[in-house]
Write a protein of this length. Sequence first.
Length: 206
Amino acid sequence: MPKLSILCFGNSLTAGYFHFGLEYHPYDGKFKEVLKGKFPDLKVFTTVAGLPGDMVVFPGSFLSRMKNECSKVKYDWVICLGGTNDLGYRRSVDEIYTGLQGAWNIALESGAKVLALTIPECQVRSERMDSTRAQLNAAILAHQQKDFYAFDLCRAIPYHDATEEFREQMFDDGLHLTEEGYDVMGTVIAKHFAPLYVAKPADDAV
């Protein structure tokens, strides 16, 4: 039976934070469920490393955490989402993008493939923040590197162009998602991930 080891890495959106942090519902549960439906013989193992409030740029611990996680386990894939909190602290596109590249490189150098996610919108509207997010997301999607892939999560789970019904269903507090929202997040990531996955013989799997 083929096996797949995946690190879901990021901050509160990866951790599944909702209800003011009193509850957590990570997207990896639905992600595995969808993959199982597409690849019934595939055994998927996920590790969730989401630290609420963490930042890509110093004094955030994004890079050190990535290094620690990738040194403990040999992952086949790392799904990486970061930069939301950096935007809130008015970090520049170059600062955040450089930090993200550092995290991606740590994962790639460990032998994993990387699926980077764009940063979703939030309720707060700011010309500076919206512009920085758009430029950063464009850079993530345009990034070219061996074993690197990107998925436009921002487009898959919109806020400002969404209906009020969609927002109420998906968003818990204007930034974090509801349980249903995290399930949708896991579903859309899995549907994008599935074509990227090529099953290995069981004896070659990690």
